[in-house]
Design a protein around this ligand. Structure first.
Ligand SMILES: Cc1ncc(COP(=O)(O)O)c(C=O)c1O
Length: 393
């Protein structure tokens, strides 16, 4: 008989009942150091007092009103995002994949209104992940995500990640947009070098192509800048955000320039829950904390500390690990052992990590993880590696 929860997830045999900071408590009482943070969602860890207070205050005031009316918390968050980013305007969603849907719709409407309704093709890259909606799976295009779900939404050209020649050949005045993650998450923590992101921006400018950045996983302070593209000194036309922006409350957003958003007039898009008062009250608090320069400086300091310790870990276990990669606190351990074995060995040592493609183990801790927890995490990963065949090398 089918399980009462649709069996689409392969879950680890762990049931967490509470959390505080970077720690989760299993129902049997064991404490786990959480280096997954809900896959980059719990940007400020679990039960952050500021977020709890923001949510409680809003919950005691007003849970939900329709987007038929003004929502002050939504306005506050939109204003903060506009003030601190390239964007002129923001639409709130509940998830990353909904942000992808809107990014695609916005692109199509843009070209339609410019009198080029056939300019619909969006270039995407192998190893990318843009969510599980129809647009999201069609955008990523991998067999793993699309098999059995055809006919797929048309309008995507898939290129090999890092194949500059293919990109140059494909870019033309017929392409509507290029959609890319500045750091691929699910694809195995693969950062796009700054020089490539700059080149991509130039290529888009040359042909009038819209640049869509998917910062669902790498955004909101994760790489040590508020948004990852800031490292390259460029700006996109459209950006997808989710995960960390809500600190654990479901929230996503599409940020755009006035020009890119010009087709999205009243009645062209909407959402019942997107920009809900509870989500935006939490989001505004996350933004207040993460958008602060001193906080981001701390993220960079912690990232350097963690990376240094991880380099030592890799050197101590050459039979298990190959290299550390990533940006800021979006780190990956490229493994020689099966990454699933490393994640499982971590469970036994009370440390949570997340597998990714390319045989990588992802480390996406809370951005405010304590230095002592970084040290403890690496001690536990060291014990985990020692427990794997070949791990004592
Ligand atoms: C880069 C990226 N885009 C989009 C998504 C989809 O977000 P969601 O799961 O909130 O729909 C994810 C989720 O992992 C992601 O990592």
């Amino acid at each position: 008989m089918i399980a009462s929860i649709l069996p689409t997830y392969s879950r680890a045999p762990l049931t967490f009942v509470s959390g505080e900071g970077s720690w989760l408590v299993e129902q049997d009482g064991r404490r786990f150091l959480d280096l997954g943070a809900g896959i980059a969602v719990n940007a400020l860890g679990h039960a952050h007092p500021g977020l709890v207070a923001a949510l409680s205050t809003q919950a005691n005031t007003l849970w939900h009103v329709s987007n038929l009316y003004n929502i002050p918390a939504q306005q506050k968050l939109a204003d903060a995002l506009v003030e601190q980013t390239f964007a002129d305007t923001v639409f709130f969603t509940n998830s990353g994949t909904e942000a992808c849907e809107l990014a695609v719709k916005m692109t199509r409407k843009y070209w339609f209104d410019k009198g080029a309704p056939d300019r619909t093709e969006i270039i995407t890259f192998s190893g990318s992940f843009h969510g599980r909606s129809s647009a999201g799976i069609a955008a990523a295009g991998s067999e793993k995500m699309t098999k059995g779900f055809g006919p797929l939404l048309p309008g995507f050209t898939h290129l090999e990640f890092g194949d500059h020649d293919a990109l140059q050949a494909a870019a033309s005045d017929r392409i509507a947009a290029i959609m890319v993650e500045p750091v691929q998450g699910e694809g195995g923590i693969r950062p796009l070098p700054d020089v490539c992101l700059k080149g991509l921006r130039d290529l888009c400018d040359e042909h009038g192509i819209l640049l869509i950045l998917d910062e669902v996983q790498c955004g909101m302070g994760r790489t040590g800048k508020l948004f990852a593209h800031e490292w390259a000194g460029i700006t996109p036309d459209i950006m997808m955000v989710a995960k960390g922006i809500g600190g654990g409350f479901p929230l996503g957003a599409v940020l755009a320039t006035q020009n890119a958003a010009s087709g999205m007039t009243a009645g062209t898009h909407g959402s019942t829950y997107g920009g809900n008062p509870l989500a935006c009250a939490v989001g505004a608090k996350v933004m207040e904390i993460v958008g602060d320069d001193a906080f981001l400086a701390e993220v960079n300091r912690k990232a350097a500390l963690m990376r240094q310790k991880l380099e030592g870990l890799v050197a101590a276990h050459p039979g298990v690990f190959e290299a550390v990669r990533g940006s800021g606190l979006m780190l990956g351990l490229k493994c020689k052992a099966a990454n699933s074995d490393v994640v499982s060995a971590g469970f036994r040592q009370g440390v949570l990590t997340v597998p990714a493609a390319d045989n990588v183990v992802r480390l996406l801790p809370a951005l405010n993880i304590a230095d002592t927890d970084i040290a403890e995490a690496v001690t536990r990963l060291d014990a985990a590696a020692s427990g794997i065949a070949g791990g004592d090398a």
